[in-house]
Ligand binder design. Structure first.
Ligand SMILES: [Zn+2]
Length: 282
């Protein structure tokens, strides 16, 4: 993927090095994590944590440095984040970028509760921010995903895809449908549709990346394949198999490897968000 030397402007808030354990409001011995109404990339939080009630300080925000990270990983997010927003400004009328892309380490307060790296990258609709612990890049490789830049960009584009769903109202519709669902399996199917749409939106971004930002960001041969390898590695069936559990489609929240690859590819081939109707047939 080509991005070096590209313009910055992804709207970064850098909280790295601020001490991951800091909880605004302090003094609350929270052993259980709370993160409600969030959208993660690929890790089912129920496998690593329990979700408890939201604690008081959850809405309080920890202020980080605005601006311009100097390291390669931070710079990458800054440049690619801007590019993704430029694509969406063309594809969606009235598009507004996420409030910030927050880089953090370990854990950080968010508008959706206390966010932890264990959740993987996530988007919080309440404060309209994307949260990234860049340690996830290594975690991804450990899971068999690609370490290529495009694989990382896919993660970011997926999360900004959830931001788009907040703007279009899709996220809210899904939450309502889930509340009315008669079974966990039914609620999960809505979650899968929402997640696959975010994958498709990542493909839409990829198809249009070089058409904006003066062509400074562009895919290179082999990039799509790296993205598909990543989508496959983080399919729910692959994750369940790798964690030694049986594969149970009813419990899927993000979609199978096959589905994640399929929708990323569909977005890429069409370049058009209208091709991302993952809700048809639900
Ligand atoms: Zn997601």
């Amino acid at each position: 993927m080509r991005w070096q030397g590209g313009r910055r402007g992804g709207g970064i808030e850098d909280r790295r090095g601020m001490g991951g354990g800091a909880v605004a409001g302090g003094g609350i011995g929270v052993a259980v994590l709370a993160l409600i109404g969030y959208f993660v990339f690929g890790i089912d939080p129920s496998t690593t944590t329990q979700v408890a009630s939201q604690f008081g300080a959850a809405g309080a925000s920890q202020e980080g440095r605005e601006g311009t990270p100097e390291d390669q990983a931070g710079l990458f997010v800054d440049v690619v984040g801007r590019n993704i927003n430029e694509v969406w400004a063309q594809k969606l009328d009235g598009y507004q970028p996420p409030a910030n892309i927050v880089l953090y380490e370990g854990g950080t307060p968010t508008g959706c509760g206390y966010g932890q790296a264990a959740f993987g990258p996530f988007y919080c609709p309440a404060d309209r921010q994307v949260y990234l612990d860049l340690g996830f890049w290594q975690e991804m490789e450990r899971m068999g995903a690609s370490g290529a830049d495009f694989a990382k960009a896919y993660v970011l584009a997926h999360e900004i895809g959830h931001h788009v769903q907040t703007l279009t109202g899709a996220s809210e519709q899904v939450q309502r449908a889930q509340q009315a669902a008669r079974s966990e399996g039914e609620a999960n199917r809505y979650s899968v549709a929402l997640e696959l749409q975010a994958d498709c939106y990542a493909g839409v971004w990829a198809a249009n990346a070089s058409a904006v930002s003066g062509g400074e960001v562009a895919l290179e041969p082999g990039d799509l394949e790296e993205g598909l390898r990543t989508a496959s590695a983080i399919g729910d069936d692959a994750l369940q198999r790798n964690s030694g559990r049986g594969v149970n489609p009813e419990s899927f929240t993000h979609g199978s490897s096959e589905q994640r690859m399929q929708w990323l590819q569909r977005g890429y081939q069409s370049g058009d968000p209208a091709a991302c109707d993952t809700f048809a047939g639900l």
